[in-house]
Design a protein around this ligand. Structure first.
Ligand code: BYC
Length: 325
């Protein structure tokens, strides 16, 4: 079903309607679910919002892994709240995607069958407590960089969902940076753990923005429709420019000797991530892909009794209503 809805990007749309639609986008108007939209626009949104929703849900797993092992009660409460926020983000986003005519069940099935993606970053393991710092600081930091512009995206429900998500992501990033600060100022062993977490999460965080512009399949059309507001490379550069001084403040070293301020471009030079690794991870061959999908499959199977019960209850209520009429 998902494949049918998203695969065919070929558009048979009326050229007059298409031109009027593009004029609305260019004028900065928001598009609402019941309004006319090109099929390609709808499909691109289902793909992007659906993948985004899946990322929020799968993104709970690497951090959820540390809730029972947080070093203090306070840290545990903060981490628990953060992970719950991610569940909330997933739900707003699934709702936004549902307004485009796909159900949450269909999206979940597409995730489990490998037809739909989720962010590459969540296929890397969280090995130490310092990884909770690195994930909050870098992963949520990259997410905010990508998502703040999406508050201005052209599809109303997506743009509105982003407002609250961005507020919460800012808190997430601060809590991650706070963990890094504590560890970087701690014992030499703690500082080494913080450095090790930065070493492991640096390049995967850069990959979150997607392939380099020359390899990005969807950017041009998505930007014309204001589904994306920036190219992948633009956001990656902004992220590096924001993060390098933060690492310096922590007294940690970015694991890339090429990182150097470039006065001429007004930004840092840096090395590209290993794109072969990125493409392997999004094909399903990353270190934790199988484990992540297994966890989602188990949650889906374990919830079957509840979904069935809910449907049976709804059917019973409908029958009672019909009988009373
Ligand atoms: N991972 O043409 P391109 C979070 C795919 S953070 C996996 O540039 P597009 C969170 C792409 O889908 C993360 N796949 O694509 C944080 C396409 O394949 P398909 C969630 C990726 O869509 C902390 C192909 O590569 N954020 O939620 O124009 C805790 C070609 O790429 C990735 C979002 O989803 C990747 N990193 O641009 C918890 C933000 N990058 O679909 C949770 C919204 C690319 O043709 N999404 N691909 O098979 C976006 O802004 C865009 O979709 C992307 C990619 C920038 C990610």
């Amino acid at each position: 079903m998902y494949a049918q809805m998203v695969k065919s990007e070929a558009s048979n749309d009326d050229p007059h309607l298409l031109a009027a639609f593009q004029a609305r986008i260019d004028a900065g108007e928001k598009i609402e679910p019941k309004e006319w939209m090109p099929e390609g626009y709808r499909k691109t949104l289902i793909r992007q919002i659906g993948q985004h929703a899946h990322s929020e849900i799968v993104g709970q797993l690497p951090e959820g892994n540390w809730i029972t092992r947080a070093p203090t009660l306070e840290r545990k409460a903060i981490l628990l709240a953060k992970v719950q926020d991610e569940a909330g983000h997933g739900l707003y986003l699934y709702c936004a995607a549902e307004t485009l005519g796909i159900s949450r069940d269909e999206m979940t099935e597409a995730l489990l069958s490998g037809k739909m993606k989720y962010s590459s970053i969540f296929n890397y393991p969280t090995l130490t407590w310092a990884d909770m710092g690195a994930v909050g600081w870098l992963v949520d930091g990259a997410a905010i960089m990508n998502q703040v512009p999406l508050q201005r995206t052209s599809f109303g429900p997506y743009a509105r969902a982003m407002v609250r998500i961005c507020k919460e992501e800012s808190f997430h990033q601060r809590q991650g940076y706070d963990i890094m600060m504590k560890m970087a100022q701690g014992t030499p062993a703690q500082k080494a753990m913080a450095q090790d977490a930065l070493n492991r999460f640096w390049y995967p965080s850069l990959m979150m923005f997607g392939p380099s512009d020359k390899d990005s399949v969807h950017s041009a059309q998505s930007m014309a429709w204001k589904i994306k507001m920036n190219t992948n490379d633009e956001l990656r550069q902004k992220f590096v420019d924001q993060t390098v001084p933060q690492a310096e403040y922590l007294g940690l070293t970015i694991p890339d000797p090429a990182v150097k301020w470039n006065e001429e471009k007004g930004g840092y030079d840096f090395s590209e991530p290993d794109w072969a690794e990125f493409f392997e991870v999004i094909k399903g061959n990353g270190p934790c892909n199988a484990e992540r999908i297994e966890a989602r499959q188990k949650a889906w199977d374990d919830g079957a009794w509840f979904r069935d019960g809910l449907m049976a209850h709804a059917a019973k209520q409908r029958a009672a209503k019909v009988a009373a009429e």
